[in-house]
Structure formats: C-alpha cells, structure tokens
Ligand binder design. Structure first.
Ligand code: SF4
Length: 354
C-alpha cells in the first residue's frame, strides 16, 4: 500500500532525501499507481507537451561537464559551429511550429553569454515570439542583468539543470559550483521567467544521489515549471563514455517520484530517448512524464525522428486532438538542413574560452 503521510497533490518544499529514497523503493506497481493518480489530478493524462530544441551555437565550451560532447576539453570529433544568424533561427522555429511544436528551445554551448552576444540572442527571442511560439533558452550561467534583459525580450523559459545531487556534483563538473547553478535559477526566477531545471541519470550516481537531485529541485522556492529528466547518452571521447547502463526501471521510478514531488510541473523526457524502447517511453508517460523534445537532434546527440514520435503518440492515443499542419518528415528535413551561407554566422565559438 502507498504511504499516506501526505496527500498526493500536496505542493511541498520540505522533502528529505530519506523520504524520497523510500518513495524510490516502493513496490513498482504502487509507485506507478500513485504517480498516475497525482498526474491525473493535475494534467490531461493523454496530453504530452512538445518542444523543439535547436543548437544555436555548438561546441567549444570552456566548461568540463563530464557527460558533454560540447566541452572543448574532450575530443569528441564534434564540429564546432558559430552562433547562428537570427533569421536562420527564425526559419527553423517556423518549421517547428508548422510541424506541431508548442515551444522552441534554443541552446548555446557557453559558460555564460557575453555582453556582445546579447543583442543577437534577444533578437532571436523576439523573432520566435512573433511567430507565436513559446520560447526557451539555455545559454549557461546568467547574472541578474542578463536575466532581466531576456525576460524583457519576452523569453518564457530558461533552462539550467542541476544535473545531479550536490554530493555527486564534484565528480561531474569542476568549473562551476552547485551554488553557481542555484544562483542562476534564482536570477531567472526573480526576473519573472519560468524555470526549466532537471538532471541526468546514469552517470554512475547512487540512488541516494537521484533522491538528492529531486530534493534540490522540489525544495526550490517554487517547483520548476519544467523538469527535464535525461538519461546519459554515452558519447565517445567524454569521461563518461564507458559508464555502465542504468536499469530502465530505475529511470522510470525516478520519473514517477518526480511527478509525485512536483505535481504541477511538466516532467520532460529528454536526452537518451533514442535508446529507449517504445514500451519504456510508454511507461515513462504512465509514470507522469508529459513533455518531450521533438526533432532529430537534441543539441548534439540523436533524438527519435519526429515521425517516429508521431507513430508512438498515435499508438498510445496521445495528443489525438493536436493538429499538425505539415508532415513531420518535413520538420526532420528542415531541422537537418545546413545553414545557407557561412556569412550568415558570426563566430562566437572562437571567443568562447575567454
Ligand atoms: S556548460 Fe553546457 S555546453 Fe558547456 S560543457 Fe557543460 S553541458 Fe556542455
């Protein structure tokens, strides 16, 4: 039987690691039933929010996140790219909208955006807003001034992940601290933007670390509006390339506990979906995941093609009232197109290590 210490729909900010570890250890069926109950109290159980993620500046990042192929410190054979030209970003956003995306997320591999990047980034936010999409960005650390500027330009969401527990964090990243991350989240919140923050599973962390990550997220002053839960994609050349596999049931359990702890947040199935079977993804949706990224590339790692996602949604009866005005194949093609001309870029990556 499920523990009834708290009403399933309580919005709590006082979780303890022990309490969350005991949720993670519940009998699987009880845990999924409880998570699905909370999910139905707060969301349409057959609706999944769809976002498209575009890398607006790839590679050459000075940070040392052990999982990341974009770090300049690891030889991952990734082609570094310059910051995309504003018009090109807007074209991709139009394609994503036509293919049924609700939100357009733009990611840049920076420690933090520099003052000279800001006019371009702000123009992207305004342009994507104008075509009627929600906007999200992930650009690294933000001080209060840059957070305010993005909010003023109309940015809806800012993504900044906590990645793992405070205890395990030092094994994964040394170039910024956990409190740097919490400060960025505070600046985003104070600027009035919605927070998107989650973590990565399968990096060799313990179950206690997974509990610790969820406690950090749920005990923020407000639950993040979006909680991406990623499964490590092991990229050759990164320090985590040979990490052991995470038990898929532990991944699903973590999704279920995130749903219980943050009942009104969108829990997003993010990186690693390419390696998940349809059955596993279906279990994740049942456990309370209700958001995905759509499109072939999730920053620099493969993501199931949009038409494969549409097939899965059809089989599961998800978003059956969601109208798509262009074939998903067309989205794949447009998102995969190289940019028209090198002159459309300016080279942000060359100065990234400053
Ligand atoms: S800051 Fe972002 S882009 Fe840079 S290494 Fe870390 S995860 Fe990768």
């Amino acid at each position: 039987m499920m523990s009834a210490a708290h009403n399933p729909s309580d919005m709590r900010h006082d979780w303890t690691v022990e309490e969350v570890a005991s949720l993670l250890n519940m009998p699987f069926n009880d845990l999924l039933f409880r998570a699905q109950t909370v999910h139905r109290e707060n969301f349409d159980p057959n609706a999944v929010q769809v976002s498209t993620l575009l890398s607006i500046k790839t590679g050459a990042c000075p940070e040392d996140c052990a999982y990341c192929p974009q770090s300049a410190r690891y030889d991952t054979k990734l082609e570094k790219e310059k910051l995309m030209e504003v018009e090109a970003v807007i074209e991709k956003a139009k394609a994503a909208k036509a293919a049924g995306s609700d939100r357009f997320c733009m990611g840049a591999a920076w420690r933090s955006p520099r003052a000279k990047d800001m006019p371009y980034v702000l123009a992207m936010v305004k342009g994507v807003k104008e075509i009627g999409l929600e906007t999200c960005m992930t650009l690294g650390m933000l001080d209060d001034e840059k957070a305010d500027a993005l909010a003023e330009a109309g940015l809806d969401y800012y993504n900044h992940n906590l990645d793992t527990s405070p205890e395990y964090y030092g094994d994964i990243i040394t170039t910024r601290t956990y409190s740097d991350r919490l400060n960025t989240l505070a600046n985003v919140r104070n600027a009035g933007m919605k927070v998107c923050s989650g973590g990565i599973l399968g990096m060799g962390e313990s179950q206690k670390d997974r509990a610790g990550l969820l406690v950090q997220l749920a005990n923020l002053p407000a639950h993040p509006d979006s909680v991406p839960i990623n499964q490590l994609v092991k990229v050759e050349g990164t320090p985590l390339e040979s990490e052991g596999d995470l038990d898929p049931l532990d991944f699903i359990r973590t999704i279920a506990v995130a749903r219980i702890m943050m009942p009104k947040s969108h829990v997003r199935l993010s990186a690693g979906r390419e390696e998940m079977s349809e059955e596993m993804q279906a279990m994740c949706f049942f456990a309370g995941a209700n958001s995905i990224f759509y499109g072939e590339c999730l920053l620099t790692t493969p993501n199931p093609a949009a038409n494969k996602d549409q097939d899965l949604f059809r089989k599961l009866g998800i978003n059956s009232d969601h109208h798509v005005t262009k074939a998903p194949r067309e989205l794949d093609e447009i998102l995969a197109q190289p940019m028209a001309s090198d002159a459309m870029f300016y080279d942000a990556s060359a100065q990234a290590a400053q």
